[in-house]
Design a protein around this ligand. Structure first.
Ligand code: FES
Ligand SMILES: [Fe+2]
Length: 489
């Protein structure tokens, strides 16, 4: 009797409970998503005088798997309202959201048609994602629609002007006749499982990206890496504060020293860092690493990713992480080679004697002082799913330490740098490098955008549940949005 009971229990465990536990584990950790619940923190902090809010460059907007063919999405980034849709040909397109006819939002009810077009839900005007042209629907060869343009003479005061016949008043005047109708289109790239959009304040350069985002596919394949998770967080600060952090080598020992204080108070991280522009002819010399394997990996990365067309837009960093035990013994944990590309993308390649991990980090300004930060982790296949999740959450823990500063600081137009100190010299040089991405932005923003600071609910970033979720990732409710496994092909 007892033997039967034991046998039944063993069989149940073997055939039902173990596969079930594995399924839960697989679904939860195979591609782990940490999505910050409080989307924004607060927007009322005075930031002081700042550079423009929306620099020129590539910005991450969505994961490829979140946009199926024929689907549309209303998106907002760089203070703009846009429509993103995937044509039935599989290509993603981004256009200004508001229809040129009477201003309906194409992202709310717009339908994808004619392979590359979107039809307005209000009166059916159709816009081609390839060009932005409004084309006559149902007509072959995509003939561009022509229309007359009217404008209020004085929209705010509603002052009339006499009509031509001088007997009646009119409020709307014709400003052009038979003009070709089109919407602004934005260049997209679909790469490494993400859709990125190019933004430039200069209308001519809006159509011609100055550099290209990295294609990581060869690198990931060579190192047998796969995507393992991502974190999405929202920060209230100026965009520059976030990438600047990567060039700020002094802050690591203050903000990023702790591992998990409660459990390992005797273990501390210790960091050393070099940050240099890719245009420096001595870059390889400066980046040399004493560890031969790290050095070989680093030199190969520099050769693979830097070329003459992107050099100007890249800043390279090399970060060493050690663990210090009882403030004495130092153990080398990893070196990270990082490429800051343009104002918003960072590629971070970690090499360690124990593991190899790559991070893709992005910051996308949604509104002035409201940034969405996405970090994706790729790890080598033998690393168990729970461990890559733990690594991601370890990184999120470090990010939260930064967010506590960013959410509450002013931008700091006037700075007190100590130029005898290499760290501040580095920051000075980095700010000079980053400023190139603001060219023409101020003029464009003051003319075309209403840049305002939004009022948001008070910060709840460091609630008990957030802390718990960071220490004990398995307790975290997660959002498996696409499927348990993202496709990054
Ligand atoms: S508003 Fe879009 S067709 Fe009329
Ligand atoms: Fe930091």
């Amino acid at each position: 009797m007892i033997a039967d009971y034991v046998q039944l229990t063993t069989t149940t465990v073997l055939f039902i409970i173990i596969p079930l536990l594995y399924l839960i584990y697989y679904r939860k950790f195979r591609y782990f998503i940490f999505d910050q619940r409080t989307k924004v923190t607060k927007g009322k902090t005075s930031r002081g005088k700042c550079p423009p809010s929306f620099p020129n460059g590539w910005f991450w907007i969505i994961n490829s798997c979140d946009l199926k063919p024929g689907h549309t999405k209303a998106i907002s980034y760089c203070g703009r309202n846009l429509v993103l849709f995937r044509g039935t040909n599989g290509t993603p397109y981004v256009l200004d959201a508001f229809c040129a006819h009477m201003g309906a939002h194409l992202g709310f009810g717009g339908k994808v048609c004619h392979s590359t077009c979107i039809e307005c839900p209000f009166h059916g005007w159709t816009f081609d994602g390839e060009t932005g042209d409004c084309v006559l629907s149902g007509v072959e060869n995509k003939i561009i629609r022509m229309a007359d343009k009217y404008e209020y003479h004085d929209i705010e005061n509603c002052t009339p002007v006499p009509n031509n016949d001088n007997t009646t008043n009119i409020y709307l005047k014709k400003v052009s006749e038979k003009e070709e109708i089109r919407l602004k289109r934005y260049i997209c790239r679909e790469i490494n499982g993400s859709i990125l959009v190019w933004y430039h304040s200069d209308e001519k350069l809006r159509e011609h990206p100055l550099y290209e985002p990295f294609d990581l596919s060869n690198e990931l394949k060579m190192n047998k890496m796969q995507p393992r998770g991502e974190s999405i967080n929202y920060v209230n600060c100026h965009i520059q504060e976030i990438p600047e952090n990567g060039a700020d080598n002094r802050h690591f020992d203050f903000l990023h020293q702790s591992i998990i204080d409660i459990i390992f108070p005797f273990l501390k991280f210790h960091w050393t860092m070099i940050s240099e522009r890719a245009t420096n002819p001595r870059l390889s010399e400066i980046m040399v690493h004493p560890h031969p394997e790290v050095n070989a990996y680093k030199m190969r990365l520099l050769d693979t990713f830097i070329n003459d067309s992107n050099r100007r837009f890249l800043n390279v960093l090399s970060l060493n992480c050690y663990i210090q035990i009882f403030s004495k013994h130092k153990i080398f944990i990893f070196n990270a080679t990082g490429f800051q590309m343009g104002p918003s993308l960072v590629y971070l390649f970690l090499w360690s004697p124990y593991f190899q991990v790559t991070f893709f980090q992005t910051v996308t300004p949604l509104e002035k002082f409201n940034q969405r930060v996405m970090h994706r982790i790729f790890s080598t296949k033998p690393i168990p799913y729970w461990l890559s999740t733990l690594m991601l959450m370890g990184e999120v823990k470090q990010l939260f330490s930064d967010m506590n500063i960013w959410n509450n600081k002013i931008f700091g137009a006037k700075l007190s740098y100590n130029m005898k100190n290499d760290a501040d010299k580095g920051l000075h040089s980095w700010r000079n490098w980053y400023t190139q991405f603001y060219e023409g932005c101020h003029e464009h923003e003051s003319k075309s955008l209403l840049c305002r600071s939004l009022a948001y609910p008070p910060p709840q970033l460091f609630s008990l549940s957030s802390k718990l979720s960071i220490c004990l990732t398995s307790l975290l409710p997660i959002d498996i949005r696409c499927s348990s496994v993202h496709s990054f092909e």
